[in-house]
Design a protein around this ligand. Sequence first.
Ligand code: C6P
Length: 412
Amino acid sequence: MFNPYKVREDFPILKRKIDGNQIIYFDNAATSQKPRQVIEAMKKFYEEQNANVHRAVHTLSLEATELYEEAHEEVAEFIGAKSMEEIIFVRGTTEAINLVAYSWGLHNLKRGDEVLVTLMEHHSNIVPWEILSEIKGFKVKYLDVNLDGTLNYELLKEMLTPRVRLVCVTHVSNVTGVINDVETVAKLAHENDALVLVDGAQSVPHIPVNVQKLDCDFLAFSGHKMLGPTGIGVLYGKREILEKMKPFHGGGGMINEVSFNLEMHRCKISWNELPWRFEAGTPDIGGAVGLTAAIKYLRTLGMENVKTHEYKLTEYTMKHLKECPKVTVYGPKDAALKCGIIPFNVERLDSHDVALLLNSYGIMIRSGFHCAQPLHEKLKIPSSARVSFYVYNTQEEVDRFIEALKEIEGVL
Ligand code: C6P
């Protein structure tokens, strides 16, 4: 049985009190807290195993290399990739998307082409495409969303013309928590010979994700949102696509050979095999060790359990938010369409003021645009306050949150 109280025992930070209040951490979409299993794995790495990878023949380097490669294997298994060659370690979702833009987009997109991006994307799945379109002359087209924040699938069918080469879609919106039917998007895109890039930043940590089932061509996600450390993230890519892509960054580790031709004054370079071809320079080895521990922890909990727990909390919160007359909740009314993210506003209050007031109760939430300004513009709201749950949050914490909101409403 999944028990969030037992889970909480693994998270030292949750014991912290601020101004006498036991903290309630509801900002998990921004970053998650870390269990001691992750902290200890990283501590052990730095205390006992630290060395660079893929470079030296000494024992420490061999051990570090083994741990680093094991992390790729662990990720591959977690998301159902065919092999670790399809798993590239990057700094996070943002870098993973930029890798696709500059390794695939730069060499494959041209004037006359279109990249279709949904209006609910995080800026990291918008800005790289806007920058690249200025260089390459292709068009970025935006797929509208419905007023409840769900994707407009009918419009998608209309917009998927033969000009579209890539569809960029988030699996779960970081603002509304809407879960997109990425399987259908991929099917429609593939029928049109377009590739699909899925932003999994808010799905991989919270629901079971299998890339074979989704049939996406790329999947990007961040370690720090799934109990792992900051500084490490993942780009999954189908092997046959990655094989044909040019490297992103150049440097050590990503080459097979760099030989100098004196007469030509040039270096002849051959690329390393996958996935190392896309991992130039010394990688975040300690981060990879932490990510392995985080995935092992999530697997022990079971991703179906994680999903159900967050669904129950979301449903409970949405039900009780109805007791707050000055609160407006955005996104679909049905919690089953969502992951554990709820955006809202309190009448006459700026979202930052709501966050500050809740902070005085020890409740940490995010406020603002959440790096998704186009979606806020579509929903015609200046900004929003947002609660987002994870494995260690409890119904009791939601009760305290609702009580605090009622008190805030009371003094308005
Ligand atoms: N969203 C939030 O509070 P990075 O920063 O690279 O790890 O992740 C970027 C990113 C990409 N896509 C989605 C859907 C995201 O939610 C995020 C990060 C955080 O919502 C910080 S802005």
